[in-house]
Design a protein around this ligand. Structure first.
Ligand SMILES: O=C(O)CCC(=O)C(=O)O
Length: 244
């Protein structure tokens, strides 16, 4: 397993300015990860996967719709969790062997309010740290629910307080992670974040995932969920990061 970690470290690259921004701010937006010519195909595959999902895999909240298990929803999604910048970010932040915890679709529903600021993984708790990613299936804009982050908050010992400040759309110091479709947001799981309000009549679509320490409890047991057809098409690197 250590060999795999060394191999991933050697093949993964996060260009210097992105690495510094991730360290400093706790998140970074990398444009152009999904090639332009693939974007409409990815969006169509997303819509089709979401509409075919069994109801047990769909959670509809007050502002978002989430569909589980994008590891098993088609070959169009296989490369997303293997992009070299996200693997490099995991090597940098987790600093030891890691695995994919989950990969799912999340749409911010049309005309939805802002989401409260939160962390995905509290600092220094069991299994910490975590690295998250968000792939923009649609352009993220200030009016369609782009994710908001509080830069530097991944270094704070506190989590967002349960207060109205948290659900205010204009939290002091927050920055919107805007970018063209095909961009990837990589973030430290301890940074304060949440989606902003979607004031448009269209959903804001994304594919999101997280990586955790290899010995930590995953959100989804990939080995239990993996389908034979997925196993049949993915390579050794994917099997390693899925721990299947
Ligand atoms: O979809 C987003 O922009 C952020 C979602 C998020 O932070 C969450 O659900 O934990």
């Amino acid at each position: 397993m250590d060999d795999w970690f060394s191999l991933i470290t050697s093949i993964s690259e996060l260009p210097g300015q992105f690495a510094q921004e991730l360290d400093h701010s706790g998140f970074v937006v990398i444009p152009g990860l999904v090639a332009n010519e693939r974007l409409s195909h990815l969006a169509d595959a997303y819509d089709s996967a979401v509409s075919c999902a069994a109801s047990a895999d769909v959670s509809t909240g007050s502002s978002t719709t989430r569909v589980q298990d994008f590891v098993n929803r088609g070959p169009e999604f296989d490369e997303l969790y293997l992009y070299r910048p996200i693997l490099a970010a995991c090597c940098r932040i987790i600093t030891r062997p890691f695995k994919l915890s989950t990969m799912h679709a999340r749409s911010v529903n049309p005309n939805s309010p802002v989401q409260a600021l939160h962390v995905d993984f509290q600092r220094e708790t069991e299994g910490w740290p975590m690295v998250g990613f968000i792939i923009m299936v649609d352009e993220f804009r200030s009016e369609n629910g782009a994710t908001r982050f509080v830069p530097g908050s991944h270094k704070w010992p506190t989590i967002p307080p349960d207060s109205p400040m948290n659900t205010s759309a204009d939290n002091d110091g927050q920055v919107l992670a805007c970018g063209p479709a095909g961009s990837m947001v990589i973030y430290n799981g301890s940074v304060w974040h949440g989606h902003s309000a979607n004031q448009t009549g269209e959903p804001r679509r994304s594919i999101q995932g997280s990586y955790i320490r290899r010995d930590a409890e995953p959100a989804v047991n990939q080995a239990a969920r993996i389908r034979p057809e997925t196993l049949g098409r993915i390579g050794h690197l994917a099997r390693f990061v899925l721990a299947v």
